[in-house]
Design a protein around this ligand. Structure first.
Ligand code: CAA
Length: 272
């Protein structure tokens, strides 16, 4: 099935993203597949990738031929291993705040998107990667996937909606456990707590996801749109802003430089 993928032309180009379409075989309707293409860094997401993802989604919102979007990672080791720790290591607290708000712009756009956005999780979904997956409407995982919010091990907090969205998906207790322990869970555990909808073998994983997505693309796009808008119209007193403020605060504390730089030196952090 993946042999039937065509290129989706979108300008400006970004080498970090591959865009493919799967033709649904009726009225020129398609599924757009967005592949984060930074395999050597386990598809860690940087500012350029965040900005491009936002641009692409805004563009696709107006393309009536695209019925659904699948977001996945290049290779078979990682979906997204988080925000790019190499760039964050030198962040001033105000840079951290802006990075948090930009990541939240993406997750809010996905939250409120009126076409189904599906995370096809093919390996590590950590930190910002878990947060982007959590923002998606559905999550399908390959059996080798690993999920977690390890930010606390880096001396920082989740900054792309993790403290807002995870509890909606897996409940307050499960979310708190993941967010304060920094522990990881595998695909079976993620299925048990409701973090993923289904688990598939790694072999032919994307084909399995496309098959699932195809099955609901037969339904009314307008009814799906209104269902998504209704399900996701949760209201709150701007918890995103609160999270960005706290993300900035964590960069004011020495634990952030201890944790982030220890990761880059491939050492264990010693927090004071
Ligand atoms: N940012 C930047 N680079 C990353 C990265 C990240 N989040 N995760 C992995 N990489 C890089 C590694 O630095 C390494 O690069 P080099 O070859 O240049 O050293 C390369 O990807 C391969 O990684 P490893 O050698 O570490 O691979 P591994 O198989 O031994 O371990 C892993 C895999 C357990 C996922 C490990 O890479 C890891 O722990 N990554 C960090 C995960 C993490 O902490 N994510 C949260 C980031 S903070 C965040 O996301 C904040 C937020 O909420 C916005």
């Amino acid at each position: 099935m993946t042999e039937n993928l065509n290129n989706y032309e979108f300008l400006p180009k970004n080498d970090y993203l591959l865009l493919k379409t799967f033709n649904l075989g009726f009225k020129n309707k398609q599924i757009l597949i967005i592949i984060i293409n930074r395999e050597k860094s386990l598809n860690a997401v940087n500012i350029d990738i965040l900005k491009s993802l936002i641009n692409i989604l805004k563009h696709v919102e107006n393309d009536s031929n695209i019925l659904s979007i699948i977001l996945t990672g290049a290779g078979n080791k990682a979906f997204i291993a988080g925000a790019d720790i190499k760039s964050m290591n030198t962040y001033h607290p105000e840079d951290a705040y802006k990075y948090s708000v930009l990541g939240q712009d993406l997750v809010k756009l996905i939250n409120s998107f009126d076409k189904p956005v599906i995370a096809a999780i093919n390996g590590y979904a950590l930190g910002g990667g878990c947060e982007i997956a959590t923002a998606c409407h559905l999550r399908y995982a390959s059996e080798n996937s690993i999920f977690g919010q390890p930010e606390v091990k880096l001396g920082i907090i989740a900054g792309w909606g993790g403290t807002v969205n995870l509890k909606r998906v897996i409940g307050l207790g499960n979310a708190t456990k993941l967010l304060i322990s920094g522990d990881t869970i595998n695909s079976d555990e993620a299925l048990k707590v409701g973090l993923v909808n289904m688990v598939f073998p790694l072999e032919n994983f994307l084909q399995s996801v496309i098959k699932e997505v195809k099955s609901f693309c037969k339904n009314s796009p307008n009814a799906i749109k209104n269902t998504l808008l209704s399900i996701n119209s949760f209201n709150n007193d701007d918890p995103y802003k609160k999270e960005s403020n706290l993300f900035r605060d964590s960069f004011k504390h020495e634990d952030s430089s201890i944790g982030l730089s220890a990761f880059l030196r491939k050492e264990k952090p010693e927090f004071k």
